[in-house]
Design a protein around this ligand. Structure first.
Ligand SMILES: Cc1cc2nc3c(=O)[nH]c(=O)nc-3n(C[C@H](O)[C@H](O)[C@H](O)COP(=O)(O)OP(=O)(O)OC[C@H]3O[C@@H](n4cnc5c(N)ncnc54)[C@H](O)[C@@H]3O)c2cc1C
Length: 410
């Protein structure tokens, strides 16, 4: 069996480790932050198999100007970042044209269609499965007009096989009585579920795999390059050779791709969460608020309110107005909420067409890419890990990977 290095220990790296170890490989993870400390740490925790509509969709032409000008918009752009972002943004707008967006939605739906089945090896024992909460996700619209404008996207979801029920105001109150009576329409996505503690799940998965031989090195990788019958990583100035390398560094993957001859327009959609300790009993399932761009998810350590999109690069400086928006809006939705005790900023890895990169690098088939999972990295972890393992083993993956290749941006 082969030696495989995985760079990055988020949902994608960990799922890749689980699948690769099933094949009997000797796997080493590299991550200076440890397990699940990147975007995977603070997400909304939802297994969103229904989320095949990418952010790049025709509604951006209608909504973007209003979003960029409004103070209570969940979508922000830091103007100082615009010169850097412009090429990404131009591609993003092009990807929002109807035919291209439908192609992205189709590519996502194909992955999402396998997402549940391919999660199975990650939930292999009772303690891991215990992190799963089997409750459908409720997505709400406070304004009937916004629901009407979401109709075409719902129709496309249906066409792509997503099951859901449309609810009125009374149905919503019956399902979640603690919600304020401000929601006109809702969509209940059946067959979805959420994690009670996403990082806790990854840590437990790591402990399981470590007991079977998975190694973790808390070191930053600075370079990757192909070498004879394998690939070499530069770690702390030292060259380390492996038979295969997997690049799963989320939003930080573009530089590694560039070292392998692939110029990928990867940027980040920043997102935030606030936590309300002791408030997870207020709702019984994840509840999203469409116009405000967030989910409220009951978790072990409290109610997590996670979402928003900010195009502002990798600066660690938080936009307090987005944290305030999450706080204000969640209290409007759930009047019994108290005061949040913490907030968090994470960096979603996003390509302008909203489709992840899964495939071999141009430099060598010994280097496999798995990054760019935007709002869906938790959901797509299982299928991505499975594809990584298939590529390493040179098995035929369950999907044609052409539309997920890094070379699509040439
Ligand atoms: C607010 C918010 C809500 C979200 N909600 C959901 C949701 O409900 N459902 C869902 O499916 N997805 C959701 N997501 C998206 C999801 O969290 C991401 O898509 C996913 O975490 C990406 O996983 P990853 O493993 O690719 O990246 P990450 O989790 O970011 O992991 C990458 C890792 O690479 C490491 N790394 C970086 N550079 C190096 C280097 N040079 N050497 C070694 N290691 C390195 C980092 O330390 C990091 O740990 C949400 C995201 C946000 C921000």
């Amino acid at each position: 069996m082969s030696s495989v290095a995985i760079v990055g220990a988020g949902f994608i790296g960990m799922a890749s480790a689980a699948w690769l170890m099933r094949d009997g490989h000797r796997v080493t993870l590299f991550d200076p932050s440890g397990i699940g400390q990147g975007a995977s740490f603070g997400n909304a925790g939802t297994f969103a198999h229904y989320a095949c509509i990418p952010v790049n969709n025709p509604s951006v032409f209608r909504d973007l100007p209003r979003f960029l000008m409004s103070n209570d918009s969940p979508f922000r752009l830091r103007w100082g970042y615009l010169p850097h972002l412009a090429p990404w943004l131009a591609r993003f707008m092009m990807s929002s044209l109807p035919r291209r967006y439908e192609a992205s939605a189709g590519a996502l739906a194909a992955l999402l269609g396998r997402a549940q089945e391919d999660y199975a090896p990650l939930l292999a024992d009772a303690e891991l499965a215990n992190f799963v909460r089997l409750r459908e996700c409720l997505y709400l619209y406070s304004n009937a007009a916004s629901f009407d404008s979401a109709r075409p996207a719902l129709d496309l979801r249906k066409k792509l096989g997503v099951a859901f029920d449309v609810l009125g105001a009374d149905d919503i109150r019956t399902l979640e009585p603690a919600l304020a009576p401000i929601f006109a329409r809702g969509v209940l996505f059946t067959d979805s579920w959420h994690f009670s503690d996403p990082q806790g799940f990854l840590q437990t998965l790591y402990e399981r795999l470590a007991a079977q031989g998975l190694a973790l090195e808390r070191s930053k990788v600075s370079a990757v390059q192909p070498s004879a019958d394998g690939a070499t990583l530069t770690v702390g100035g030292t060259a380390r050779r492996f038979d295969h390398v997997v690049i799963a560094t989320g939003a930080r993957s573009a530089e590694f791709a560039s070292q392998c001859g692939d110029k990928v327009p990867l940027d980040t959609e920043r997102g935030y969460h606030v936590r309300y300790p002791g408030a997870s009993q207020l709702i019984s399932r994840p509840v999203g608020w469409a116009e405000r761009g967030f989910y409220m998810t009951p978790m072990t350590d409290g109610l997590r309110v996670a979402g928003t999109v900010e195009l502002a690069g990798f600066s660690e400086t938080r936009n307090r107005s987005l944290v305030d928006l999450l706080t204000f809006s969640s209290k409007r939705a759930l009047p019994a909420l108290g005061t949040p005790d913490s907030d968090w900023l994470g960096f979603r890895p996003t390509l302008p067409d909203g489709v992840p990169v899964l495939g071999y690098s141009s430099a060598s088939e010994r280097i496999v890419y798995a990054f760019g999972h935007q709002h869906l990295g938790l959901t797509l972890a299982g299928v991505s890990g499975r594809i990584v393992a298939d590529l390493v083993a040179r098995r035929t993956p369950p999907l044609d990977l052409t539309r997920y290749g890094a070379t699509r941006f040439r």
